[in-house]
Design a protein around this ligand. Structure first.
Ligand SMILES: NC(=O)c1ccc[n+]([C@@H]2O[C@H](COP(=O)([O-])OP(=O)(O)OC[C@H]3O[C@@H](n4cnc5c(N)ncnc54)[C@H](OP(=O)(O)O)[C@@H]3O)[C@@H](O)[C@H]2O)c1
Length: 327
């Protein structure tokens, strides 16, 4: 028997239950991992709330964790019992002491990276990788706008942009978060709770605006984001923290300057083991070399049984950087 988080109906954080379950043996192409640290991602709240409805109920939750391999399926060749691994794209159910994952979704952890660092950074860091290297190739000296810059994805993005020599303008919800984003490498910050995003971007860029906006806030920032783009700029809408963007009239892209728009996801970019290995290597090198710090404050490490409190804290915008569940 082992413990995990389950929910039988979608809704607020209170639907989450800490349950006992009997882990199944891994199938031929799966590996069983004893999780040591579990990543909490905003997408987990969309699945729990029903914004992205789970395939079946009751359901487990979470897709990211780091730990030690305890069993391997008959056809597994690249991983062995005892390996230290991390994963971000498992079937729902990583909020658990034990989880089975397909071999091709796992990366072996370098010794220099702890389980907590790995679980705090894998999904979010792979996301920044594809956003900055594939969705749009961020060049040194270029200016970009990145919303929620002190969040989990956001603080990694600030450090990554700095490492690339790019000028990241980060929006944040408080002055404390502005300081954190700046310390992580943001070039400029905008507190969108008291400043006008478009006016500040015009001011900061001497009226030029930016080539690309990365917007994971969604509904609340959608129109401002379009107004911050240069003609033919790229709007990357990659999340819904304030609610989803719906009912868009395509003509708005014409009116705002022949803009490009994409709505990408990690699962559309990291699709093979080779792509996972390539992206992981870049991320692990950044972390091991100290260019990207993903240490999690003690106050944001929650015992697994306190997943309800963890989700409440994340959704109340009280966190900065990543948060973890510890089984
Ligand atoms: N498409 C993809 O591939 C992909 C992959 C990973 C993550 N994401 C998205 O990236 C975003 C960040 O994920 P994360 O896990 O790192 O979370 P996070 O950024 O740590 O937390 C979300 C942040 O969004 C901001 N926010 C703005 N309006 C909000 C509202 N109405 N309610 C709650 N928060 C609000 C808050 O920062 P302030 O207080 O500074 O406003 C909050 O801290 C999420 O939207 C997530 O879905 C997308």
């Amino acid at each position: 028997m082992a413990k995990r988080i389950e929910f039988s109906a979608t809704g607020g954080p209170e639907v989450l239950r800490y349950c006992e379950f009997t882990p199944a043996d891994p199938t031929a192409d799966e590996v069983q991992v004893e999780n040591k640290a579990i990543g909490i991602n905003y997408i987990d709240t969309y699945i729990r709330s029903g914004l992205y409805p789970p395939a079946n109920l009751p359901s487990g939750l979470g897709t990211e964790a780091a730990g030690i391999v305890t069993k391997v399926g008959a056809d597994v060749t690249s991983i062995k019992v005892g390996d230290r691994v991390v994963y971000a794209q498992s079937a729902s159910g990583a909020y658990s002491k034990v989880h089975n994952i397909q071999e091709n979704k796992l990366a072996v952890l370098p010794d220099a990276i702890s389980f907590e660092q790995a679980a705090a950074s894998f999904l979010k860091g792979l996301t920044v990788y594809y956003l900055f290297h594939q969705t749009h190739k961020i060049q040194a000296g270029k200016t970009l706008l990145f919303h929620a810059a002190a969040g989990g994805v956001g603080l990694i993005a600030c450090q990554w942009a700095k490492a690339l020599g790019a000028k990241l303008i980060g929006t944040v919800g408080s002055d404390e978060k502005a300081n954190l984003a700046k310390a992580a490498g943001a070039w400029q910050t905008i507190n969108y709770n008291r400043e006008n995003i478009v006016e500040r971007v015009l001011d900061i860029t001497d009226g030029e605006k930016v080539d690309v906006v990365y917007d994971s806030v969604g509904q609340a920032t959608w129109l401002d984001s379009l107004d911050c783009l240069k003609p033919r700029g790229l709007m990357v809408s990659f999340g819904n923290a304030s609610g989803p963007v719906t009912g868009v009239n395509l003509g708005i892209l014409n009116q705002k300057g022949s803009l490009f728009l994409t709505r990408p996801s990690l699962f559309g970019y990291i699709t093979t083991h080779e792509e996972l290995n390539e992206a992981s290597k870049v991320l692990f090198d950044f972390i091991a070399s100290g260019k990207i710090n993903v240490d999690v404050p003690e106050s944001q490490k929650f015992p697994l049984r306190e997943a309800i409190r963890a989700h409440r804290t994340l959704e109340s915008r009280a966190t900065h950087g990543s948060s973890l569940l510890i089984p």
